[in-house]
Design a protein around this ligand. Sequence first.
Ligand code: PAF
Length: 282
Amino acid sequence: MQTQKKIKDLRQILRTARSQGKSIALVPTMGNLHEGHLQLIRQARDRYDFIVCSIFVNPLQFGENEDLATYPRTLEADRESLRSEDCDCLFLPSVKEIYGDGLELQTMINVPGLTENFCGTSRPGHFEGVATIVTKLFNIVQPDAAFFGLKDYQQFLVIRKLTHDLALDIAIHGIETHREESGLAMSSRNNYLSEQHKEQAANLYRCLRSCAEQIQQGNTQFQQLENAAKKELKQASLEPDYFQICNADTLQPPSTDTRQLAILGAVFVGKSRLIDNIRFQR
Ligand code: PAF
């Protein structure tokens, strides 16, 4: 596996791969790779010829009081994992390489309609930061496809929309969330949790599943279901940020005959904020 730190060197390698007729897939990450990320690499490996994984802790998507400084950085272990998954190229740019003119002067990508609620409310500016770095990575790599985890479902929809709206010719693949045995969704931020907090955190997915089951059994009292779930989360010592049933495509409130539903949840546990979701048809 080669590592490239400069855009121009990466482009050179990609030109060669393309001239050999290879299809290219990109797996954008912020590193601290866990089994969920490795699933993305495997799925990309199965379908495309040349796999680029980027590791870049993107300062533009962190708020002022968030964990940019302490975000887990485990480069040597990440490199080892990528090698064992047969990734072709690690793109490891510096902040200067990506935002050479400074963060304040960076042209931003705004994706209206999907970014106002949920994590968009709790983390102002977050999705502009994500949309901007992803668009930039898409333009640098110009991949045939890109792979994202569905744990960040709102992020996945934002990226799918920007790809469509900007007429980018890139297939966007969403890969199912990888979970611990307890049901807890794998996340780099789980590293912040004690064993006790991990046990508590598993209740988020339990509440999502139980709410989805009740809807599938015919309950359409969405608000009551949301309130009951929030009460249960509190009883499990989780502080709900949001827990909301919505239309899985638009993230708007569902009507009683919306078929494709998603329930999005975010909770605080200890010092961490965790998100998860469940999607289903009714
Ligand atoms: O999901 C992530 O790890 C990040 O938001 C992404 C997509 C790599 C952009 O920095």
